[in-house]
Design a protein around this ligand. Structure first.
Ligand SMILES: C[S@@+](CC[C@H](N)C(=O)[O-])C[C@H]1O[C@@H](n2cnc3c(N)ncnc32)[C@H](O)[C@@H]1O
Length: 219
């Protein structure tokens, strides 16, 4: 499975190119053979195309808060020749209600996937992501979050410390999030951290599931 040079007009992320296969490896171990996924903050669309190709039993719904991402998402998917990707949706996690189109499809989703958004968006997006996941996930669905995190028990790498400082300099509302704070927001939404997977380059892949016995989430 290989994707050649970026298609014409597509955005390109070197990090996405590096981390797509390690993430796919974990997705394959974590997810069942079939299902439907909503991807939050799809960005360039490199992940969308790679995961749709690598998980052929899944239907993949990309989305982003920026409509200018859509052409790139489409271009990567067209180049990969994947037929299991829906048209990208405009979805800002901070919107009180997520797009009506979601309910027109096969809802609820078996997985929500979100990579590299929480540190490059205001903290409120974490609360919104957790609440949205609780609204849109099937009872046994999983929320999978990938990116850098700060952990109380684990020394933060020099690279992540420098990255955090640069993010906060660009926008004081941005910054690498504390895993404990993220897990707290999940708990408030009725989810719990089920799995923490160490990934290359000091990133984590976090798997959240519904908290057993908790069926209600805040609106
Ligand atoms: C660093 S990019 C990550 C893209 C891709 N997931 C990846 O890992 O390569 C961050 C993405 O988050 C999106 N984003 C920022 N704020 C958002 C929000 N409130 N709701 C949804 N997406 C948002 C941006 O538009 C951008 O595409």
């Amino acid at each position: 499975m290989s994707v050649p040079a970026p298609p014409h007009g597509a955005h390109y992320s070197a990090a996405a190119e590096r981390n797509r296969q390690p993430i796919l490896d974990v997705l394959r171990q974590t997810l069942p053979a079939q299902g439907s996924a909503l991807e939050i903050a799809s960005g360039t669309g490199q992940h969308t195309a790679w995961f749709a190709q690598g998980l052929p039993g899944w239907t993949w719904q990309p989305s982003d808060a920026q409509p200018d991402a859509f052409a790139s998402i489409r271009a990567w998917c067209a180049q990969a020749g994947v037929g299991n990707v829906r048209a990208p949706l405009l979805l800002d996690v901070l919107a009180p209600r997520w797009p009506a189109e979601l309910s027109a499809h096969r809802e609820p989703f078996d997985a929500l996937f979100c990579a590299n958004m929480l540190h490059i968006a205001p903290w409120e997006t974490c609360t919104a992501l957790m609440r949205g996941a609780a609204r849109h996930l099937a009872p046994r669905g999983l929320l999978i979050v990938y990116g850098p995190f700060i952990e109380r028990e684990v020394p933060t790498s020099p690279g992540n410390l420098a990255f955090d400082a640069s993010l906060r300099q660009r926008d004081p509302a941005w910054g690498i999030r504390r895993l404990g704070d993220v897990a707290d927001q999940a708990t408030l939404a009725g989810l719990c951290l089920r799995q923490r997977v160490e990934m290359p380059a000091n990133n984590l892949l976090l798997v959240f599931a519904r908290t057993p016995g908790v069926h209600q989430t805040a609106p």
